[in-house]
Design a protein around this ligand. Structure first.
Ligand code: FCB
Length: 464
């Protein structure tokens, strides 16, 4: 059981890391020629985020990156996963690169390399240049093509120092939270548009990998990060089982089937055919989307318990979970994080097993995000004890061990997140960091107990 808390050593080659994302930490949104992104516009829309929080300053990482890199170094993490803000490189989403934008990521990657930390670069963690959104955003193939141009620019500038390249972070969230539920930027409620976006994100991924491979310098590795959830029926009732299948299709298979198998999900028409004719697909798209990958990044937080719950007020134009009569109903006895997410580490082993069963020839897998938000409060001595986070990470690493013991090729683990940051629509209220950020005291960084614990664990190669 993953809850045993004592690990065998992980393989010596196992990658230990921490993750962040540009809009969540950088701030400096008007500096050095950066253009506006959809998240700037969305977060400044009244009612869009908790308390009206936005990323204008965030953790001010843009100015404090040296201090943050030193914290990664002292943690002993061999790898640091961050994202590049597209609107720093192309303020309007097209055209030549803004030199000052590239320079920032040069300084950051140099600092990492000097500290002995391997940079893991993600090209898109949700901050689309606003001007592209105004031209149709991911609903259009044009954005996929612009994304490949942008990828080629960044790759050309940084591939002398960055080996690990991930195209997209969690296209599910971009398409379905952004354009179906509207919880994320751009914040619209669409049916067909969200599906077209999901498709064009995958096309953009394929085009970007092709463009970067064509100008490959040497050792670069290309991959993508998906957020997968193991969908469990809330009960043995056949209606709950069917609900789980529908949600699995909408959340996971819509991406894993094309990207990993080069097919569209066999049952997609049952869910989507009356809101779209799929005319946005072109005959060669599947081959384009299914690029050979050097790695697959997986972000995993919790299982989903799908329960059949007929919508009181069905609207045939849309297909969110609610529109397909699915609600999440985790067992009442499972502990929850501050996000309300149920905690059950077996989700990681189960997902890894499921992928290995369903897809042949999988690339090596890296857990590129896993972590939890809790209500962290500094104590009277200024320390921030966070035993729940330690237990969470501990149990999830145990689940990775279980997968390794079964021969599943998992090569690394990145904790989300290095430091507390702008948690999208939840703003700064949700803290995921190993490091506490004191938003009331000049953004002071205070390593939490979990930081020290994770450092010791990395040092012992996983033996806790
Ligand atoms: C993931 C996102 C990441 C962070 C965590 C909690 O979905 O990739 O930016 O918000 O959730």
């Amino acid at each position: 059981m993953p809850s045993e808390q004592v690990f065998r050593k992980f393989p010596d080659s196992f990658t230990w890391g921490v993750s962040t994302a540009s809009y969540q930490i950088e701030g400096a949104v008007h500096e050095d020629g950066r253009g506006p992104s959809i998240w700037d516009v969305f977060s400044h829309t009244p009612g869009a985020t908790a308390r009206g929080d936005h990323g204008d300053v965030a953790c001010d990482h843009y100015h404090r990156f040296r201090e943050d890199v030193a914290l990664v170094r002292d943690l002993g993490a061999g790898s640091y996963r961050f994202s590049v803000a597209w609107p720093r490189i192309q303020p309007e989403g097209h055209g030549p690169a803004n030199q000052k934008g590239l320079d920032f990521y040069r300084r950051l990657t140099d600092e990492l390399l000097d500290a002995g930390v391997e940079p893991w670069l993600t090209l898109y963690h949700w901050d689309l240049p606003q001007q592209l959104e105004e031209r149709g955003g991911w609903r259009t193939r044009d954005t996929a093509e612009r994304f490949a141009d942008y990828a080629a620019l960044v790759h050309d500038a940084l591939s002398d120092r960055v080996t690990w390249w991930s195209t997209l972070n969690e296209p599910y969230c971009t398409a379905f939270l952004g354009m179906a539920t509207g919880e994320h930027a751009p914040g619209t409620r669409e049916g067909h548009g969200a599906l077209a976006a999901a498709h064009h994100l995958m096309v953009g991924h394929g085009l970007a990998v092709q463009a970067m491979r064509a100008q490959r310098r040497g050792a670069e590795k290309f991959g993508i990060t998906l957020n997968l959830t193991e969908v469990r029926p809330a009960s043995a009732d056949p209606a709950d089982r069917a609900a789980a299948e529908r949600f699995d299709l909408m959340h996971n298979r819509v991406f894993t089937d094309p990207i990993l198998a080069g097919t569209f999900p066999s049952r997609e028409r049952e869910v989507w055919s009356d809101i779209t004719d799929f005319a946005f697909r072109r005959p060669d798209d599947l081959a384009l989307i299914r690029q050979p990958l050097d790695f697959l990044g997986m972000n995993v937080y919790c299982p989903t318990y799908a329960k059949f719950a007929p919508t009181a007020d069905p609207d045939p134009r849309f297909r969110t979970a609610a529109d397909i009569d699915v609600v999440s109903a985790p067992p009442a006895d499972l502990p929850r994080t501050a996000m309300g997410w149920p905690v059950d580490a077996t989700v990681l082993t189960q997902l890894l097993r499921g992928l290995n069963k369903d897809y042949r020839g999988l690339p090596p897998i890296y857990i590129t995000e896993n972590g939890a938000a809790f209500r962290d409060v500094p104590d009277a001595t200024g320390h921030v004890p966070d035993p729940e986070r330690i237990a969470y990470i501990d149990s999830h690493l145990g689940a990775v061990q279980d997968a390794l013991a079964e021969g599943i090729d998992v090569r690394g683990y990145f904790c989300w997140s290095l430091l507390d940051n702008f948690e999208w629509a939840y703003g700064y209220a949700k803290r995921f960091g190993l490091i506490y950020v004191d938003y009331d005291d000049d953004l002071r960084r205070v390593p939490k107990s979990s930081y020290h614990w994770y450092r010791d664990l990395i040092r012992a190669q996983g033996e806790s």
